[in-house]
Design a protein around this ligand. Structure first.
Ligand code: PEP
Ligand code: MN
Length: 297
């Protein structure tokens, strides 16, 4: 039986000729095409750590968290100025003011910043303040938005739709590439599965990391914060992701120093700067071990 619209990975060279390894043999079976964001390189030897608040809530909070993640060894800063919230009555982000705060935090710490753009009309504005544009899970198949971020020429962090197959995810990336922009980093962020909400927010699909890397030369990173929704699970998920070959992590951090205790957004999944430091320490020591093994071989 033939089902209309059904595709599998065998169709990828036709669906994604710009991004499939099969149609771009110069990247071979393993080589990643590096993506550069300022001084940060995705797809190199070392996984990149992006960290910061879920949302930009205040200038004080954002600067505090930015300094803390820098102190813990993060490579890049994250933070949402435009937030995709389930209810329109929830905090939606500070918008333009949030972008300006992020820009200031980025300048002060020297960390390049990634932030989400949700609206095709705002791509230019967000691109003025951000070093990398994030397309969120809910917008992975917003094709006009993908075209516009492709045209912006900025590096793009493309999150996997929470119910998207690998083909749909790579098809979305192909829209960006089709505008002449190959500066794309893929981000697995947990998928919908039967037990969601029982003990974790989503299900972290570790298996998709090597699977995506086998099909495309784009770097693949993991967001352990949204994938689990539970702060106590974030460190283990980060380590597991790195062991599965993730080329970076996107992690939500809250300051433990601020009086205004809990963040307004995703508080249950935020980790402390100290836990972030441990995750980065894990990456550093693992890197030494990998380097020694390569040396010994
Ligand atoms: C985020 O990273 O800020 C976010 C909203 O994530 P996602 O789109 O994966 O839900
Ligand atoms: Mn969040």
């Amino acid at each position: 039986m033939h089902i209309a619209g059904k595709v599998d990975v065998n169709d990828l060279p036709r669906l994604c000729p710009l991004l499939s390894r099969k149609t771009n043999p110069r990247y071979g079976d393993r080589q990643t095409r590096g993506v550069q964001v300022g001084r940060v390189s995705f797809g190199g030897e070392r996984p990149v750590v992006i960290a910061g608040p879920c949302a930009v809530e205040t200038r004080e909070q954002t600067l505090e968290v930015a300094r803390a993640v820098k102190g813990s060894g993060a490579d890049m800063l994250r933070g949402g100025a435009f937030k995709p919230r389930t209810s329109p009555h929830d905090f939606q982000g500070l918008g333009l003011e949030g972008l300006k705060i992020l820009h200031e935090a980025s300048r002060e710490t020297g960390l390049p910043v990634v932030t989400e753009v949700m609206d095709v009309r705002l791509v230019e504005q967000v691109a003025e303040y951000a070093d990398m544009l994030q397309v969120g899970s809910r917008n992975m198949q917003n094709y006009p938005l993908l075209v516009e971020v492709g045209r912006s020429g900025k590096p793009v962090l493309l999150k996997r739709g929470m119910a998207a197959s690998l083909c749909e995810w790579l098809g979305a990336a192909e829209y960006i590439a089709n505008e002449g922009n190959l500066e794309i980093v893929l981000c697995e962020r947990g998928i919908k599965a039967y037990p969601n909400g029982e003990y974790a927010r989503y299900s972290l699909d570790l298996n998709v990391i090597p699977a995506a890397q086998a099909e495309t030369f784009l770097p693949v990173i993991v967001d352990p914060s949204h994938a689990t929704g539970v702060s106590d699970m974030v460190e283990g998920a980060s380590r597991a992701a790195v062991e599965f070959g993730a080329q970076g992590l996107l992690i939500e951090v809250a300051s433990d120093r601020l009086d205004a205790a809990r963040p307004r957004c995703d508080a249950a999944q935020a980790i402390s700067p100290r836990t972030l430091r441990r995750i980065i320490h894990f990456i550093d020591t693992r890197q030494e071990y990998v380097a020694e093994r390569v040396h010994a071989a």
